[in-house]
Design a protein around this ligand. Structure first.
Ligand code: COA
Ligand code: U4Y
Length: 218
């Protein structure tokens, strides 16, 4: 699985894949997770945070989508700033060097893999690789609390921005995660991700990852 960086500037290369992606999000978030507020008559799960500024990381095998993650700059509206500001005691984070992560998924038949590299680990490592490549210092994430031990176990430094609250009967919390080479190296080594996984079709060379070897960062 390669993880493609899809942004406004290269989305013309991915029109059919993005169409499949929004339909898959409907299947995963509306049908499976039953996040009813995301339902739309056209059965495409697109929300107010899918804008020209949004970056998608899609794990593809050929033209099939295996996994995904969404990144939104915190200088634009985010889940934290617009929907759940109470999760951050000091107000929402708005910084050019911080993006919010959301909508992580792995298609059903590729979840819970044991042999490395697992699709879930690859998409997480891809987010860290992207953050490093464009010079971010941190991610913010609004997430269900069961993620916290998973983030720590993959070697990421996650800090709560406030206390958890119940949303749809799930304990939910906002965190920041530091973006640095160590966090990338840790997830690669702990989860058998062999190195950089991002594909930057038609995007500026200057942004591309200079990362080569996870061991070098430790
Ligand atoms: N509630 C609580 N724990 C959950 C969970 C949920 N909805 N989904 C996953 N977990 C935890 C469980 O501990 C699970 O282990 P278990 O199956 O033994 O209970 C563990 O994560 C592993 O999950 P699994 O789905 O087997 O494998 P994965 O690590 O390959 O993929 C996800 C994890 C979250 C990417 C995948 O489950 C997924 O795509 N889910 C649907 C989309 C989603 O809910 N994303 C998160 C919100 S954006
Ligand atoms: C939206 C209204 O899982 N409600 C919305 C909208 C909290 C609730 O948000 C609702 C989402 C994982 C949704 C749910 O009940 C991150 C992660 N984030 C969630 C997401 O949406 O992606 C939000 C928290 S769930 O119904 N909700 N959107 N309008 N537009 C994460 C990411 C990166 C990783 C690890 C985990 O490193």
């Amino acid at each position: 699985m390669d993880v493609h960086v899809i942004r406004h500037d290269n989305r013309h290369l991915y029109s059919q894949i993005l169409e499949d992606y929004f339909r898959l999000r409907h299947q995963i978030y509306v049908v499976e997770r039953k996040w009813a507020e995301l339902e739309r008559p056209d059965k495409r799960e697109v929300d107010q945070f899918d804008t020209e500024e949004t970056v998608y990381l899609l794990g593809l095998e050929g033209r099939s989508i295996i996994a995904g993650m969404r990144l939104v700059p915190t200088t634009a509206p985010t889940l934290l700033s617009e929907l759940f500001p109470g999760l951050s005691l000091n107000g929402p984070v708005r910084r050019t060097d911080v993006y919010e992560l959301s909508r992580i998924f792995v298609v059903k038949n590729r979840r819970g893999e044991h042999a490395g590299p697992r699709a879930e680990a690859v998409i997480q490592a891809a987010a860290m690789e992207y953050g490093l490549s464009i010079g971010l210092s941190a991610f913010t994430i609004v997430l269900e609390s069961w993620w916290l031990p998973r983030l720590l176990d993959q070697g990421w430094v996650a800090r709560p921005l406030g206390l958890p609250i119940e949303i749809d009967s799930m304990s939910t919390v906002a965190v920041t995660v530091e973006v640095n080479e160590r966090a990338w190296a840790e997830i690669c080594l702990r989860r058998s991700v062999p190195g950089p996984v991002l594909v930057w079709q038609d995007l500026p060379v200057i942004e591309r990852s200079a990362l080569r070897e996870p061991f070098a960062a430790l």
